[in-house]
Design a protein around this ligand. Structure first.
Ligand code: G3I
Length: 412
């Protein structure tokens, strides 16, 4: 029983919390290890932000980097509310506010994204004939990159220059997405080479990335990404890294294979960043699942630390309620909205950065975390804020016992 309790304490981050003198926030431990750790953000005017001050405070306290989940996309920049703009007219408000927030809080910014087939401006989509020729399309892309990368010159750590250009079916020919207007109008991947060259000319200090999903491991799509970026390197295109988006599910990824892929990319002299991490649960989420998710997050940060050139680790959102994967999948590091609560996954990432070994709880040990299972308790906003432990005590997800006033406000 003693051993079991020790395991649970270690796994829940209590050991780290016990050394109260040191700052063991994710931001502090990541910064100490030279890791840019961040979240995708949606403010202002984001999705149902019940308590914007709490959201911003949690970001600044726990991360040293942010990325705009949507605000820097061509379509978002080309709209004021529901009103589409025309060529060259941009709504900079939301993107500016994110960059200003980051600078005010001494945080870095990932830029997402300069060139993506999805979420392009309506006026661009509607072009036909000569207005959609190869030359005009390249001119539009160049102008867009100059405006966007130019506006934030010197303020962006890493730009996702080209996002998701490879077809999802990976191994079959052609390897490139044919539903991309950039690809179909230009007629080749010349637009990819050019996008990197233009971005480098505009902001020579930003690290330039190719970013994609589904090719994180040694699979067919991973091979196509590898082939694309090796070609770019061979042609002298200024590419500095590959973004592995990492939209995963608990237990649904192969760490060894991802590590092998990261190492072969690093051997090309590239950085590898985890750019859009979320790890979904299925079905009813109980504490057993949240602790399994914690181990998954921990494994990925440990992997990042173990391979060369992995220096950036971004979650795709701050809290479950606002995740594009759906609040019910509890995919991120925080629960709650008005009150944001660090989940076991958060402490998993912290533990990996602190170098504590991965504790693989046995099913029996996990079973003791909640009796009966599931025994999660939710706050008024529906987020999980506590769990019943093996002795029937109600604790928060960091293992601390909760005061009666908080317990009274909980609902199972
Ligand atoms: O802001 C409008 C709102 O005014 C409107 O009422 C509502 C109605 O649907 O839509 C809102 O916009 C949505 C926006 O998210 C903000 O919630 C868009 O419809 C919706 O398409 C958009 O989805 C985003 C998606 O990219 C498409 O841009 C997701 O938030 C965002 O998480 C997702 O992120 C992508 C990465 O950029 C690239 N990699 C994959 C990743 C997940 O799809």
């Amino acid at each position: 029983m003693q051993t079991l309790r020790a395991l649970i304490l270690l796994s829940s981050g209590l050991v780290a919390a016990a050394s109260a003198q040191t700052d063991s926030s994710l931001r502090a431990v990541a910064t100490a290890r030279g890791i840019s750790v961040g979240a995708a953000v949606t403010f202002p005017g984001g999705n149902n932000i019940a308590n914007r001050p709490a959201y911003q405070a949690a970001l600044a306290a726990n991360f040293n980097t942010v990325v705009a989940e949507n605000a820097m996309k061509f379509q978002n920049l080309s709209r004021f509310g529901n009103r589409d703009t025309t060529r060259g007219v941009y709504n900079w408000g939301p993107a500016d506010s994110i960059v200003e927030f980051a600078l005010a809080n001494n945080m870095k910014v990932r830029g997402h994204t300069l060139c993506w087939h999805s979420q392009t401006a309506t006026w661009f989509n509607n072009l036909t004939g000569a207005a959609a020729s190869k030359d005009t399309t390249l001119k539009i892309l160049k102008e867009h990159i100059q405006l966007l990368a130019g506006r934030y010159k010197g303020k962006i750590l890493e730009w996702d220059v080209v996002n998701e250009a490879i077809a999802q079916n990976g191994g079959t020919s052609p390897a490139y997405r044919t539903d991309s207007r950039w690809y179909s109008r230009v007629g080749s991947i010349e637009y990819i080479d050019s996008a990197f060259r233009w971005a480098h000319r505009v902001d020579s200090n930003a690290l330039l990335f190719y970013n994609d999903f589904g090719g994180e491991s040694m699979n067919a799509k991973g091979q196509n990404i590898y082939d694309l970026v090796s070609g770019l390197k061979q042609r002298g295109v200024p590419i500095h890294g590959v973004g592995l988006q990492a939209h995963f599910s608990v237990g649904g990824f192969d760490t060894a294979s991802i590590g092998e892929n990261m190492r072969r990319l690093a051997a090309l002299g590239l950085r590898i960043s985890i750019t859009e991490l979320d790890i979904t649960n299925s079905g009813t989420v109980d504490s057993t699942k949240l602790y399994a998710q914690k181990e998954n997050y921990k494994k990925l940060m440990a992997l990042c630390l173990s391979v060369p050139n992995c220096k950036t680790f971004m979650a795709w959102g701050l809290n479950d309620a606002q995740s594009w994967r759906g609040a019910n999948t509890a995919a991120l590091l925080f629960s709650g909205t008005a009150t944001l609560v660090k989940k076991p996954a958060y402490f998993g990432v912290v533990e990996a950065l602190q170098g504590s070994s991965v504790v693989a709880l046995t099913p029996a040990a996990r079973g003791n975390l909640s009796t009966p299972s599931p025994a999660l308790h939710r706050g008024a906003s529906g987020g999980v804020i506590g769990a019943t432990d093996a002795r029937g005590a109600v604790r928060d997800l960091q293992g601390r016992s909760l005061p009666a006033s908080v317990r009274r406000a909980m609902r199972p």
